[in-house]
Design a binder for this molecule. Structure first.
Ligand SMILES: Cc1cc2nc3c(=O)[nH]c(=O)nc-3n(C[C@H](O)[C@H](O)[C@H](O)COP(=O)(O)OP(=O)(O)OC[C@H]3O[C@@H](n4cnc5c(N)ncnc54)[C@H](O)[C@@H]3O)c2cc1C
Length: 346
């Protein structure tokens, strides 16, 4: 049971040191660093549960990182295997919250952040009931992750029920024709699991080969499936239209259209961060890369008192920052955090 009083502090006039927006693994690492510091008060808000993003991962996935590399706050992640499952990671990060008794407010959405260094007001709204409150703090850490919005295909039929940007498990797709869109780890893992569970997956990718980032230990398997025609691939093609029982693919080279029978579409096209909280605070965000302006040593942005942590710091390229390296941001932020003087009047 979270032992922290579930009330805001605006009325009491109490100001916290840090508020962290987002209780994913990297946001939690900020909270754990503050707890270890012992002198930095910290509250975290998440619009979902602790490490909500991990809920949306394939149910039976195994992390590519070892458990040790996913550890935060010095809390050992002890499992008999080398690499944890989604379920083990969910239980581990929850244990970190309990271990440090972190003040995490789940199902509370941060809807606005106002103010200046030394006195920010973080406005939140409870997901259930809509009750709003304001929390005052000296500095804000935005750790809202990179899974706000999928990279949409932008084609007719994308709103059909058979289309999903999430893949959880193979069972709904047994003996079905499934189009998997993309050439990265998510599409390769989904296609292999579907193939092994009696679905008929077909890959479509705008490039002429799989992404270089595909896990090396998975490559031989997927290359063999493709070579043997067990998983057909449309290289240098894109989805042109999705219909109830078929999809239309367009060749990037010739423009030729190909129609194939289809029951489901899994669009593993990646996700985008939503820097809205940062933009409202006046933080600069690079148009091209989507990277917020920040000092990588302190993670402080170009707005004093506003810090970023986690995959949000990678902009559009989520492969650059992940748990293994994003977890380090917490220690840097707490180390850099210097209690500012009371802001000038007016
Ligand atoms: C299938 C898969 C496998 C992966 N395997 C690995 C791996 O092996 N090793 C590794 O290092 N990384 C791995 N990753 C990447 C890793 O999961 C992410 O990099 C990581 O989740 C980033 O952590 P984060 O805390 O920055 O963001 P997130 O985990 O996305 O957390 C952000 C949190 O912010 C909350 N939030 C957003 N907006 C608001 C708001 N306005 N108010 C309140 N809360 C808000 C969200 O609900 C969410 O809980 C994998 C990713 C996937 C998809």
């Amino acid at each position: 049971m979270n032992s922290h009083a579930m009330t805001s502090n605006a009325a009491s006039g109490r100001i916290l040191d840090l508020v962290v927006v987002g209780a994913g693994p990297c946001g939690l690492a900020v909270g754990a660093a503050a707890a270890r510091n012992g002198d930095v008060s910290c509250r975290l808000f998440d619009r979902g549960c602790v490490t909500n993003s991990l809920l949306n991962y394939p149910y039976y996935m195994r992390f590519f990182s070892t458990a040790r590399k996913l550890e935060i706050g010095g809390v050992p992640f002890s499992i008999p295997e080398t690499k944890p499952t989604r379920r083990q990671a969910l239980a581990y990060y929850r244990r970190v919250v309990e271990h440090y008794d972190l003040d995490v407010r789940q199902y509370e959405d941060v809807v606005a952040v106002e103010g200046v260094s030394g006195d920010f007001r973080v406005r939140t709204r409870k997901v259930r009931g809509g009750e709003e409150s304001v929390t005052r703090c000296r500095a804000v850490v935005v750790a809202t992750g990179g899974f706000h919005e999928p990279n949409w295909l932008g084609v007719p039929g994308e709103d059909l029920e058979k289309v999903s940007h999430w893949y959880y498990e193979p069972y709904p797709y047994w003996d079905q024709d499934v189009l998997v869109v993309g050439g990265g780890n998510s599409s390769v893992d989904a296609a292999l699991e579907l193939y092994r569970n009696g679905s008929r997956p077909t890959l479509v990718h705008f490039a002429g080969e799989l992404d270089r980032g595909v896990k090396p230990w998975v490559r031989p398997d997927i290359d063999n499936r493709i070579e043997r025609g067990e998983i057909p691939v449309y290289w240098k093609h894109r989805v042109a239209e999705i219909r109830p029982t078929e999809v239309v693919l367009r060749s990037d080279e010739s423009g030729e259209l190909t129609t194939i029978p289809n029951d489901f579409v899994l669009a593993m096209t990646g996700w985008r961060a939503n820097p809205a909280v940062l933009l409202e605070l006046g933080v600069g965000v690079d148009d091209e890369t989507g990277i917020p302006v920040h000092d990588p040593d302190t993670m402080e942005t170009d707005v004093p008192g506003v810090y970023i942590a986690g995959v949000l710091a990678a902009g559009h390229n989520a492969n650059k920052v992940f748990i293994e390296n994003g977890k380090e941001h917490g220690g840097r932020i707490v180390a850099a955090y210097d209690r500012p003087k009371t802001p000038a009047a007016g």
